[in-house]
Structures are given as C-alpha cells and as structure tokens.
Design a protein around this ligand. Sequence first.
Ligand code: SDX
Length: 434
Amino acid sequence: MIENNGSDADGPLEEGALTLTDSRTGADYRLDIEHGAVRAAGLGQVRANSEDPGLAAYDPAFKNTAACISRITYIDGDKGILRYRGYPIEQLAEGASYLDIAWLILNGELPTPAESASWRAEITGLQAVPDPLPRMLDGFNEDGHPMAMFIALLSGLGAQHPDSKNVTDAGCRAFHIKRLIGAAPTLAAMTYRRGKGLAPVAPDEDLSFPANFLRMVFGEDAHIDPTLERAMDVLFILHADHEQNCSTSAMRGVGSSHADPYSSAAAASAALYGPLHGGANEAVLKMLTEIGSKDRVNDFLKEVKSGSRRLMGFGHRVYKSYDPRAKIIKRTAYEVFEVTGRNPKIDIALELERIALQEDYFIRRRLYPNVDFYSGIIYEALGFPVGLFPVLFAVPRMSGWLAQWQEMLEDPEQKIARPKQLYLGYDERPVPAG
Ligand code: SDX
C-alpha cells in the first residue's frame, strides 16, 4: 500500500470519498466511502483498456472484506465490546433467558412478556422429533463423534420438512426457524444418548429450555439444579450470535443458493466443527488434559512460542483484547463449581492465561482468551463428554445462524454468493498427442 501522509480526519469517519489515480492510464477515480467502506464494485470500474474486466479486490480469508450489511450483532474487537441488537452482552447475560435472546436476535427487540410466553410455548411445542431420526443414529458407532451425528440429524430433519425449500416465503421461513431452534437441543441430546447406548428422552414441555435440554441429556430422573440450569442458559446466551464468523458465513453462503434452512444449518454446523472455530472448546479440554498440571504450563508454552502448536482457546480474528464472553464464562464456572465441585483443570487454564498475558509472544500478537477457553471446563464439570462440546456451541448458535440467514434473504442486495479468483495457473495449452 502506498500512502501520502495526510492528517487525521476531524469529521465523521463513516462518510467521505477515496480518490485513486491509476498509474497505468493516468485516470482518476473517486470511490464513495459509505459506512466506513468502499464498494468493491467501484474497483471493477477501474480498467486499463476496453478488454480489461476491471480491478478486483483480493482478500484471502476475507480478513478485510464486508460481505453484508447487518443490524444483528456488533463487535468492537479492540474494546472487547459485544452487543446483540445494541444491548451489551454483559447486561443480557445477567437476567435474560436464551429464548428471549433468540427472539431479540431474530426480531430486533426484546419480547414483551406476552410475546415471550407465546414464543416459549411455540418453541417447546416444536422440540419433539419424529421416529425415523433416532434410528438414523444406528448408522453411527457409539464412539462416533457427536458433531458428525448432529450434522446428519439436521439433514434428516430437513428431509421431514420438504416444504422448507420455499425459502422466499416469510411464513415458511418463520415456521422452520422455530422448528430448528426447538429441535436443536433434542438432536444434541440424542447424540449424547447414542454415545452412551441409551434411548432418547422425549422433551418435557413444562420445563425451561435449558432444564429440558439437561433432562433430555441426563435422563428423566436427573435432578436439574437451578444453578446449573441458569449456567446453561447463560452459556446459550453467550454463544447465540457473533456476526460474520466462519459458520455464519457458511450459513449465509449456502443459504444464498436458496438451499433449505436445515441443509444450511448442517453446513454451518460443519464449519463450526473445525478446531479453529467451535471445535476449539473440545481442543482446549484435550490440551488442558495433556498439560496435566500447572507446573507443566511453561514447557507447553515453550512449544507454542516455537510455533509448533497453538494455545487453543486463545486468539481471535476480531477480538484483539479479552473476549467479553470469556470473562462471563470464567465467572460462571465458579457458580457451577459451587454445585459440581471445582474442576481442577481451571487451575491449569488460569496459569496458562496468567503467563501468556505477560509473554511478549502473545502480547505482540494481541492473543487473549476467547469464548472457547473456559467453556469446556464448565461443560466437563456438568458431566458432558468432550466430544459433545462443539454440539453445545451449535445448539444456541442455531438462533444466530437463522437470524443471519433471514437477514440475508430479506436483503435486496444479496444474491448467490460466488466470489471471484485471481487465476495464476497455466495459459491455454494443447493436450499432448498420443
Ligand atoms: C471461535 O469469528 C468468530 O467470531 C468465532 C467465534 C464465534 O463466536 O463464532 O468467536 C468462535 O471460533 C473462537 C476462536 C476459537 N479458536 C481457537 O481458539 C483456536 C486457536 N486460535 C487460533 O487458531 C486463531 O487465533 C484464530 C483461528 C481464532 C484466529 O486466527 P487468525 O485471525 O487467522 O490469526 P492467525 O492464524 O493469522 O494468527 C496471527 C498470528 C500468527 O502468528 P505469526 O504467523 O504472525 O507469527 O498469531 C498466531 C499465529 O501463529 N496465533 C497463535 C494463536 N492464534 C494466533 N499462536 C498461538 N496460539 C494461538 N491460539
């Protein structure tokens, strides 16, 4: 990037214009700055001659590309700010329920008491899944990964709802959004029970969303402690949405072809499964188990600083400061430990954080704990197996994926997602004779 030093802007940063001179032709261009961005289509007007297709913006991994306009979630990575529809995550995690947050994320406002009650009744009425689905899991070994099962079940549920392909119909979208939010915990619990060789537990409509989930996982006779029920609800709230992360981009991308929401959610779940994304909570627990004790933390961090491995649960594409969700999860862990007993792995995690935040390697790269660093310690204390952790991320993120999917379909500027490439391969060449 070549720049002629100007002076700091003293007006609004969001509007203005960029003027460019193309050194190939001497032509000058003006690109309007809107919402802090320039339209890549404007670059397409910069042509060296009549055959030139125009400039493209090259941005591998979309590190500096806005793919959409959204009004759902706002993140300030430098200040560690996360807001759903303008409300700070810290305040929402204090008193709201996950289902009310799902309504907020989807509809833009917190529900009235009447809306909240009817919404909860609708969702709990859509939690049961039809018989063929449990039998689908007979195709998996008991030690099959729960996330692989969850992805398959989403696709199987979609096959039960062929009408969901009618994605341009608002009423159809609204029903299947509720269906997916309602069924997600049921499918998740089924993957856990398959792993234990146990039959699924049917949802109980009289219980709260988190209590119902815990009961479907741990059985009809499980005692659901109110502190643990609340901790699950807080974890669901914290994981509900996070703007254009990898899995949400997959939801939007697959949904842009007008695939049904079940197939799009299966694709989003597949993206979330990766250890660099939602699979990190599982990778963190395995890392803490491998480290084994506080006194081995320094040796482990030496390997990380050598570049031979990553400190899972640390770092983020957007947060270059402490992930606000990690702060809340860390606090929630101690509330859970009051009931379950302290998970000793938290001492290893705290030591990793203490040392890493003082080390130049992490400071220079602005690496801090993210949402996945402490969540798995809670999940393990609650009795979930480590393979279920990414599924526990997918259950609440379902509402965020669906809100983003809905926003994409309602955006008149959105079309099928199909980026360009810069082709640097062979020019035309003849197939060898013989
Ligand atoms: C989630 O996007 C979202 O919003 C995601 C999420 C959501 O709610 O949807 O917040 C959920 O996915 C959280 C992130 C979970 N993933 C992990 O904890 C895995 C470990 N973290 C990293 O792999 C990494 O930090 C990412 C994937 C999260 C972000 O990667 P980036 O932005 O592409 O950064 P990078 O890989 O280019 O790293 C920049 C530098 C590199 O060093 P240099 O090449 O400059 O020497 O930082 C280093 C990296 O090696 N680095 C790490 C590190 N993360 C980055 N080094 C050690 N340990 C790490 N964890």
